[in-house]
Design a binder for this molecule. Structure first.
Ligand SMILES: Nc1ncnc2c1ncn2[C@@H]1O[C@H](COP(=O)(O)OP(=O)(O)OP(=O)(O)O)[C@@H](O)[C@H]1O
Ligand SMILES: [Mg+2]
Length: 499
């Protein structure tokens, strides 16, 4: 017979708390002294061991416990549940009564107060009952740092497809092929490991290629009021940019526009190398935010395979507005222009995921459109976006109204990576052109009423002479492609011929 353990052995062995307690209990109320050992013929110990073995066997075949809480409140966008202890961002399932279209509603934990969890539904919740049971989604193995993060489909089979915020196809092209899955959130990249921006990216738009040169891995903002041509410009870039893969996020735009963008602006050739994620204005704010995160994780997936990805997101403002809706609904106090502080934390968190990856890998060049309400460049989202992006292209309503497309306001726009990308000659020509444009604009009224007589300002004279050619240089039809080299040549010829 095996000799029973001494107290010392019990204390130092790696028994579970229950086993330790049972082993100690076997000594009865009067345990022997540690040094003397346990009587070899303790009948209790054998009995407890047998009982423990029985428990282990039952435990092995038992089904895992399904923790569940109860729904206590549903007000506005937010539901409240008690009885569960879950982290913010976890997913839950809420039971719906029999006969509902869905068996269960899905929701995400967006906050808590004491033991109450705030949930935001991502599906239809029509028919929810007070006291409905709320279940935590089973979590994945713990070795993965992204455990618990929601995973959505990614993969090469998604090219040419149009998906919703949950990765389900919106087109009628059948189920997705060759699909992998990736977490919606990603660990941040060490800024020192990122490859610097040092290679020019040809975007197919003359004014941008020549005067606002964009580099691979740069993140740019496209700032404009509504109807000034943001979507059309994004479409032109999607068609003509020299990128291997394009990921397009259509966030919070009108539903009608999604079809229009895909069919008319993007076109067949653009779509063939793109994945489109669309979450129009009528889907829940959580899904609008999820669509932006999903588009970003798709771009990350292709970048991590060494590809040069172009990401176009229309619009970053709608993403911020979705976060505002959620934050206000869970009781966060509004700060600047009704935007709660969490909005300004979410923007850089999303934008920082794009850009260059570690040296030698792929890149994500990103264009985010930013709505400037009433063409107000001081809008808090525009302000915050300007600070976190590597440059901004401002579209001007005045130019658009004059039929000048793309309506890029060259003076107000800047590409912060440009100086490191281009040579001195190119830089000098850009500087000259900007000077002439600005001189012309400032004196435009004088010139138009004939109050300016030539000979008083040499630069202005030159600007007046060149202006028609500058205007023609800046304009471009949206079905026309202007490759980088041709754009530089055109810029050079402005000054050599007739300058
Ligand atoms: N390059 C262009 N050439 C000709 N017309 C253009 C061009 N760009 C824009 N437009 C005109 O401007 C209109 C609005 O453009 P677009 O839909 O891109 O604006 P938007 O800024 O995306 O608007 P919203 O804020 O409503 O989304 C187009 O329907 C088109 O008529
Ligand atoms: Mg648009």
């Amino acid at each position: 017979m095996v000799s029973p353990p001494t107290l010392d052995e019990i204390a130092t062995s790696d028994l579970t708390p229950l086993e330790r307690e049972l082993a100690l209990a076997s000594f009865g109320s009067n345990p022997p002294h540690a040094q003397t050992g346990v009587a070899a013929d303790n009948p209790h110990l054998e009995a407890w061991r047998a009982r423990l073995d029985g428990l282990r066997t039952r435990n092995a075949i038992a089904k895992p416990l399904r923790a569940c809480g109860r729904l206590t409140r549903a007000a506005g966008l937010v539901l409240e549940a008690v009885g569960l202890r879950l982290s913010v961002g976890s997913e839950v399932m809420i039971e719906l009564p029999p006969g509902s279209t869905l068996a269960m509603a899905e929701a995400e934990v967006v906050g808590f107060a004491g033991d109450r969890l705030f949930l935001m539904p991502t599906t239809e919740v029509h028919g929810l009952l007070p006291g409905a049971r709320v279940f935590a989604l089973e979590s994945a193995p713990v070795e993965d740092p992204m455990t618990g993060a929601k995973r959505l489909p990614v993969g090469w089979g998604l090219l040419g497809r149009v998906l919703d915020a949950s990765g389900k196809p919106l087109d009628d092209l059948g189920p997705l092929a060759a699909v992998d899955d990736a977490p919606l959130t990603a660990p941040t990249i060490n800024p020192l490991h990122r490859e610097p921006i040092h290679k020019v990216l040809d975007v197919g738009v003359r004014a941008i290629n020549a005067l606002l040169t964009v580099g691979r891995g740069q993140r740019m903002g496209l700032f404009a009021g509504s109807g000034v041509g943001k979507s059309v410009l994004l479409g032109t870039m999607a068609r003509y940019t020299s990128a291997e893969v394009i990921v397009i996020g259509l966030i919070g735009e009108r539903g009608r526009e999604v079809k229009e963008f895909i069919e008319q602006i993007l076109g067949k050739e653009g779509l063939a190398r793109s994945v489109v994620v669309a979450a129009p204005a009528d889907v829940s704010p959580l899904l609008r935010m999820q669509a932006a995160a999903y588009a970003t994780s798709l771009a990350e997936y292709f970048r991590d395979q060494g590809k040069h990805v172009l990401m176009l997101m229309d619009s970053l403002t709608r993403y911020a507005m979705a976060q505002r809706e959620i934050a206000l609904a869970v009781g966060e106090p509004p700060a600047t222009k009704g935007y709660p502080p969490s909005v300004f934390a979410k923007l850089p968190a999303l934008v920082e995921r794009t850009g260059n990856g570690p040296a030698g890998g792929g890149s994500i060049t990103a264009f985010y459109t930013v709505l400037t309400e009433g063409d107000d460049q001081q809008d808090p989202i525009a302000d915050s976006a300007r600070a976190i992006l590597d440059g901004h292209i401002v579209l001007s309503r005045v130019l658009a109204e004059a039929g000048h497309y793309p309506a890029i306001d060259i003076e107000a726009s800047i590409s912060r990576a440009m100086n490191a990308l281009i040579d001195d000659k190119h830089l000098e020509k850009t500087r000259m052109l900007k000077q002439m444009l600005s001189r012309y604009q400032r004196n435009r009224d004088l010139i138009n009423v004939g109050a300016y007589t030539s000979g008083r300002d040499a630069l202005l004279d030159r600007a007046i002479a060149l202006y028609p050619r500058i205007e023609a240089f800046l304009q471009q039809g949206y079905r026309e492609c202007a490759p980088y080299d041709a754009s530089l040549k055109a810029l050079g010829s402005l000054f050599t011929e007739g300058g």
